[in-house]
Design a protein around this ligand. Structure first.
Ligand SMILES: [Cu+2]
Length: 462
């Protein structure tokens, strides 16, 4: 193990230990020590940096007579999506997603699966080439594992790549409740440029009605909690990387219905692999957004050249929203002053929202119903970050090893926009437009048609 590996293994163990906060006590007790075992058993053998699962952990693997032995326990998990929202989910070893399985091409794996769920289950190793009977499809290739029993899977990992695992019994329920996990196989011989950071992020989507105790596995369309590694921003751990150092991010998507176009700010990347294998270098092309379809993995690599706090998020705007943003009536441009006055008689705290757009809603600090999340994110260095859901931050630093993952980027002077001065505008020939018309003029008389001039306020003083 070289020094660099050692450092990364150390940070992986710390990340996993941090991530265990919020899981049930049994999982907490088991995880931190187990993670270091896993790291010791996996990464050094092929000289790769250990994979980091933000907000998650790596499955401990013990070597028994040359076979790497692991144990997944399928069980109910009391999961926190972000402070304020908990639900009874299903997962393995106390977490959703399950611990990342990490090994090396050519490894022999023996994976025990214990079922502590109220119904049968299996594990399917998505993307791996293995003997048919090890494929984990209930009814087709094996009997489902009854509650209370432990089955054992054993196979040789033939190809390197980025794969996943999930049940193949009552898929609609078990996957919707959180039974998803990543499966990373390092190549035996290093291939491609060496990376300094290697992350896995599993995309998922959930329907959790406000106040409900469990996600609703029957939902087909309207998902209101959208996550990276089963966390909603601001609970998603940032990815802290070094400027000028090569980064790999392995995305997976086992959500029920939606593909996610994942966008990174401030850099260009290439898609280097899928769950089907490596993309030859001659076929890689530059992107800033990668579509991660349901049932697929996409691996991207890049070298960030600008330090900073760079947003990384699903570009479907409803996927960076959470529960309270769903099913609202359209209010933009509506004058609600009469409604507010009437409602005040029966509900003194009532205030219609969204009349000037939704951007301010994350920072309002309104009282929320129990066990629910507001529609939007959390506090940032310049005010409220109005994205939640499938959103996280890529923190590019000069020295990633000593960077505070909770700290914000200190922008050099002159690199943040601010109010333009009159002198500057006049020197550049820029004229300020008229202020937008007051809302009251739109809705003062509900029967009056909008004035001819409305909507042209942005074209300059009139
Ligand atoms: Cu999305």
């Amino acid at each position: 193990m070289d020094r660099r590996n050692f450092i990364h293994l150390g940070s992986a163990a710390v990340g996993a230990a941090l991530a265990s906060a919020g899981s049930d006590a049994r999982a907490q007790a088991a995880r931190p020590s187990g993670t270091s075992t896993a790291a010791a058993a996996t990464a050094p053998t092929s000289g790769h940096v250990a994979v980091v699962t933000p907000n998650g952990s790596t499955l401990p693997l013990r070597i028994v007579e040359g076979v790497k032995v692991g144990h997944l326990v399928a069980e109910v998990v009391n999961h926190e999506f972000a402070p304020g929202l908990r639900a009874e989910c299903w997962g393995w070893n106390g977490s959703t997603p399950g611990p990342t399985i990490e090994c090396v091409e050519g490894d022999r794996l023996r994976l025990y699966v214990s079922n502590r769920l109220p119904e049968p289950t299996t594990v399917h190793w998505h993307g791996l080439v293995l003997p048919n009977g090890m494929d984990g499809v209930a009814g087709l290739t094996q009997r489902a594992i009854p509650p209370g029993e432990t089955y054992v899977y054993e196979f040789t990992v033939r190809y390197p790549g980025t794969f996943m695992y999930h049940p193949h019994y009552d898929e609609m329920t078990q996957i919707a409740l959180g039974m998803v996990g990543m499966f990373v196989v390092h190549p035996k011989q290093p291939r491609g440029p060496r990376v300094a950071h290697d992350f896995v992020l599993m995309a998922h989507e959930w329907r959790i009605d406000v106040g409900a105790r469990r996600p609703d596995p029957t939902e087909m369309k309207d998902f209101n909690v959208v996550t990276f590694n089963s966390k909603v921003y601001p609970a998603t751990e940032p990815l802290v990387v070094g400027r000028g150092q090569r980064v790999r991010i392995r995305f997976g998507n086992l959500g029920p219905m939606d593909h996610h176009p994942i966008h990174l700010h401030g850099l260009s990347f290439k898609v280097t692999a899928t769950d089907g294998g490596y993309v030859p270098e001659s076929a890689q092309y530059p992107e800033t957004t990668v579509l991660v379809p349901v049932g697929s993995t996409r691996v991207i690599e890049f070298v960030p050249e600008e330090s900073g706090d760079w947003a990384m998020h699903c570009h479907m705007t409803h996927h960076v929203m959470t529960q309270m943003g769903h099913g609202l009536p359209p209010m933009t441009g509506v004058d609600t002053s009469k409604l507010d006055r009437r409602m005040a008689r029966v509900a003194p705290a009532y205030m219609a929202m969204g009349t000037t757009g939704m951007g301010e809603m994350g920072g309002m600090g309104m009282p929320l119903p129990p066990n629910s999340l507001p529609m939007k994110g959390g506090p940032g260095p310049f005010g409220t970050i109005d994205m939640g859901g499938m959103f996280t931050v890529l923190k590019v630093r000069e020295n990633a090893r000593v960077a505070d993952p909770n700290g914000w980027y200190a922008h050099p002077a002159g690199t943040v926009p601010g109010p333009a001065t009159a002198a500057q505008m006049s020197a550049d020939g820029v004229k300020a437009p008229a202020a937008p018309e007051k809302r009251s003029s739109i809705g003062a008389d509900a029967h009056a048609p909008p004035s001819e001039g409305a909507g042209h306020a942005g074209h300059g003083p009139r």
